[in-house]
Design a protein around this ligand. Structure first.
Ligand SMILES: Cc1cc2nc3c(=O)[nH]c(=O)nc-3n(C[C@H](O)[C@H](O)[C@H](O)COP(=O)(O)OP(=O)(O)OC[C@H]3O[C@@H](n4cnc5c(N)ncnc54)[C@H](O)[C@@H]3O)c2cc1C
Length: 386
């Protein structure tokens, strides 16, 4: 058993760490406060090849191993969780096109998605259906060599930059409903496809999250992902498994940043003539945070390693569930250690505290993760122990 990163992964992490410390950490507070789009950071992501992290090498991507994939999100989220969102749904959708797309779809989109010349996202959620994706209302009706699509999507990250956007639709009213669900690759600029508004959010700034209106949008049949109707739900769920590793890794990064800030602060802040780090109440918090974070990190790397081997459903759910709960706890504890200053927008823990809850909600709420874990255990698909 090897608990160490290999040499290549260590070097990659060092490159990421230097990039995050020099180019993200210094600008994050001001850009997140003013709502400025992180254009320069996006350009650096392109330069580093990060838009191609899940794209196979033959299409110009980096085809990162899963642990390195997790390292990208951990390190970037340590600097600013919001900008990790620029790469999050993009990398899932690019993976989905590589995994499930036809050869024509791969050739048409993957080379540009790898460089960031094109970007993408994933549009599943609707105003009336999030967890219950089989309850979506967006319909795609075949008309010759096109589908005509009508519906509304909401909470869609990267919507203003995605081209194409994979959109989950119902191509037939089948029973059970997932048999009638498909993903269509909708190109930006297609008449009737409108990003209708940006949603105001607690945190996760730096990446837009929007509502999308689809009114009589004509999408070529050639843009049906994989070329066969009825596979959309399974294609989307397979991408969400990878997404759970991405969220778990972001949660580890946010937690690490909260811990680092709390440790530094506890050494510098004095009360009753001593650093507050001398007080046992503070020490217990630091010990709990450090133990939680290290457990979350190991669970995340383990799930990433297992996902490369193809067995990931319960493992990715465990990592996402545990790491995001750790992020909620550690950001709160970091705020407590900072006292009143933790509540100030001039200290990083205030932002971390606002960013953490999304990770308990996105890619399936944590209650859903617990149900996934339990079902896998009961059915025997997963087990606890060696
Ligand atoms: C900032 C942000 C960005 C997002 N980005 C994207 C994106 O890019 N693309 C996209 O498609 N979606 C995106 N989402 C949507 C996200 O995936 C959903 O919000 C999430 O899946 C939950 O769905 P919901 O909000 O409809 O909640 P609901 O499904 O309405 O759930 C409400 C509550 O009911 C519980 N619940 C629901 N069903 C059950 C059940 N069967 N048993 C027990 N409890 C249940 C849930 O756990 C939750 O506590 C984003 C959301 C946010 C906040």
């Amino acid at each position: 058993m090897d608990f160490e990163l290999n040499d290549e992964q260590r070097m990659f992490r060092r490159t990421l760490r230097e990039f995050v410390d020099s180019e993200i950490v210094p600008v994050a507070p001001e850009w997140e406060r003013t709502g400025r789009y992180p254009t320069e950071i996006v350009e650096r992501f392109k330069h580093l090849g990060l838009f191609g992290m899940t794209v196979p090498e033959e299409y110009g991507g980096l085809a990162l191993d899963r642990v390195s994939f997790a390292l990208v999100f951990e390190e970037i989220a340590r600097g600013w969780m919001g900008v990790a969102g620029v790469l999050g749904s993009h990398s899932l959708a690019a993976w989905m096109i590589a995994e499930h797309g036809t050869e024509e779809q791969r050739k048409a989109y993957l080379p540009d998605l790898a460089t960031g010349a094109r970007r993408t996202g994933i549009a599943l959620t609707e105003p009336g259906a999030g967890t219950d994706l089989q309850g979506i209302q967006t319909r795609a009706v075949r008309d010759g060599d096109h589908y005509v699509v009508n519906g509304t999507k909401t909470w869609i990250t990267n919507a203003r930059h995605a081209d194409p956007m994979p959109v989950l639709v119902k191509t037939s009213v089948a029973e059970p409903a997932h048999r009638g669900m498909s993903l269509l690759l909708v190109e930006a600029g297609t008449p009737g496809y409108t990003v209708s508004r940006d949603l105001p959010k607690l945190g996760y700034k730096g990446t837009e999250t929007c509502e999308i209106a689809l009114v009589d949008v004509r999408v070529p049949v050639a843009n049906l992902l994989g070329g066969v109707e009825g596979r959309g739900m399974q294609q989307a769920l397979s991408a969400l498994e990878l997404g759970r590793i991405n969220i778990a890794a972001r949660a580890v990064g946010v937690s690490q940043c909260a811990y680092d800030a709390a440790l530094n602060y506890s050494r510098e802040r004095h009360a009753f003539g001593r650093p507050i780090a001398d007080f046992q109440a503070i020490q217990l918090k630091l010990a709990d945070m450090a133990t939680d974070i290290q457990a979350a990190r190991l669970l995340t790397y383990w799930a990433a390693t297992r996902s490369a081997a193809g067995a990931v459903n319960a493992e990715a759910a465990m990592a996402k569930y545990f790491a995001s709960e750790v992020a909620l706890r550690t950001t709160m504890e970091a705020m407590r250690i900072h006292g009143g200053y933790g509540y100030s927008q001039e200290f990083v823990v205030e932002r971390l505290y606002r960013d953490a809850p999304l990770m308990a909600i996105g890619e399936g709420t944590n209650d859903v993760q617990r149900m996934v874990i339990a079902r896998s255990l009961i059915s025997g698909k997963a087990r606890v122990g060696w």
